[in-house]
Write a protein that binds this ligand. Sequence first.
Ligand code: NDP
Length: 277
Amino acid sequence: MDKPKLIKLSDGNAIPQLGLGVWQADNHQVVKAIHHALDTGYRLFDTAAIYHNEEGVGKALKQITVPRDELFITTKLWNNDQTHARGAVLESLQRLQLDYIDLYLMHWPVPSRELYVEAWKQMIILQKEGLVKSIGVCNFKEEHLERIITETGVTPVINQIEIHPLMQQAPLRAWNTTHNIVTESWSPLAQGGDGVFEQPVIQKLAEKYHKTPAQIVLRWHLDSGLVVIPKSVTPSRIEENFHIFDFKLEKEEVAAITILDQKKRLGPDPDIFVDIS
Ligand code: NDP
C-alpha cells in the first residue's frame, strides 16, 4: 500500500508526512474515524487537550492491534496549562491511555501572558523524563521561536501553523527551515473550502490528474515539504485524503498554486490570541 514518507525531526525521531486531524470531532466520531483511518493506512493522529476528544482517541487505539511504535500520536498543551505542563501531560496520557506521547506541542504562545518560555522549560523536562518523545510548538512566530531557543538552547522540532493555498506563511516557513524546524500545516484544506477548491488552477490540475480538488491541495502541501493533517470524520473523505501517493505535482504546478496566497487567515493571529478557557 502507498503510504506517507517519514520526515526526520531534529531530535532523531520521525513523523509520517500525512495524518488525521481531529479538531471538532466528538469522542464518538473520533473512535469511528480513527478505526477507518487506520484501515486506510493512517498512523499519525493529531488531537489536543482542548479538543475534548482525547478519550475517544485513546478508546480507539486501545481496540486495535497496530503496534504502538508504528503509531504517532500528537497532543497539545492548552493555554491555561502553561504553568503546569506536567499535570496537563499526565492528564492527557490518562485520557489517551498511553505511556508516552510521540509529539507534545505548545498550542499557542499567548505572548500577553509571558508564560511560554516557562512552559517550554517544563516541556523540555517532560521529554527528558520520557513522557513525551518529541516537543514542538504551534502558532509560534519568529520572535516567539527566537526567545525559547535563546533562553533554553532547545529548538522545537515542529512548528504547526495555519497553511493552505490562501494563507501560506512563506517567511515563517523559511525561518523554520533555516532552524531545522519542520513545518506542519493546520487547516490544510482551508476547513473544507473558502473558495480554495473552486480556484481554476486547482480545478485544472484535478482534471489533469483525475483527482479531487482536495487531493490536489494536499499534494501541494506534500510537494512543498510540509507535514499535513487534514481532518475528516467522513469515511470516503478519510480515504480520499490519503490516496495521494500515486501522483506528484510538477514544480511549475506547485508554483501555480503558491501564487494563490492572499495571506488570509481563517484562525486568529497568534500575537493577540488569548483564549485561556
Ligand atoms: P481542514 O482544513 O483539515 O478541513 C476540515 C474540514 O474539511 C471538515 O469540515 C471536513 O469535513 C472537510 N473535509 C475533509 N476532507 C475533505 C475533502 N476531501 N473534501 C471536502 N471537504 C473535506 O481543517 P481543520 O481546521 O480541521 O485542520 C486540520 C487539523 O489541524 C485539525 O483537525 C487539528 O488537528 C489541527 N489544527 C490545529 C490548530 C492549532 O492551533 N494547532 C488549529 C486548527 C486545526 P468532514 O469532517 O465532515 O468530512
